[in-house]
Ligand binder design. Structure first.
Ligand code: GTP
Ligand code: MG
Length: 149
């Protein structure tokens, strides 16, 4: 079963967008398997974005991510990594289509309200970084036969 790591960044939390962002995944039919509001600290965030450590915007990115609570989630379902990125929209909100989360809720790339894993392997890494195994719940979603053929 495919899983992805989705997070509402500090700007999204402060702007009251947690519910709107969760709703996009819920209404599409994906299943929530973990969630928490947290402030993991600078070292954790540097690890989360370690692939970008050589970028000129890295320090600003870590400061931004460390500026307030983050709402971390794990969603499960068919092709959820790829579809999660589609639901989020392009990295730069000025290039995100209306109807996507970023295309509906933000303007600046450095305040783009949400994060989503970019591949199945990075999703696994990020889920392990942000959640303990016991925080990931196993349960039967009632609507499953009404969502999947
Ligand atoms: P995430 O879901 O947050 O990982 O975004 P992404 O996968 O669409 O993009 P990427 O991993 O390349 O960049 C991570 C984050 O760094 C982005 O979401 C932006 O918040 C920020 N970022 C990326 N490029 C730029 C940039 O050119 N300038 C600034 N200021 N921030 C950037
Ligand atoms: Mg990324």
């Amino acid at each position: 079963k495919e899983r992805t790591f989705i997070a509402v960044k500090p700007d999204g939390v402060q702007r009251g967008l947690i519910g709107d962002i969760m709703k996009r995944f819920e209404q599409r039919g994906y299943k929530l398997v973990a969630s928490k509001l947290c402030m993991p600290g600078k070292a954790h965030l540097e690890k989360h974005y370690s692939d970008l450590s050589s970028k000129p915007f890295f320090a600003g990115l870590v400061t931004y991510m460390n500026s307030g609570p983050i709402f971390a989630m794990v969603w499960e379902g068919k092709q959820v990594v790829k579809m999660g990125r589609v639901l989020l929209g392009a990295t730069n909100p000025l290039e995100s289509n209306p109807g996507t989360i970023r295309g509906d809720f933000c303007i600046d790339v450095g305040r783009n309200v949400c994060h989503g894993s970019d591949a199945v392997e990075s999703a696994q890494k990020e889920i392990n970084l942000w959640f303990k195994p016991e925080e990931l719940l196993t349960y039967e979603a009632n609507a499953k036969p009404w969502i999947y053929e």
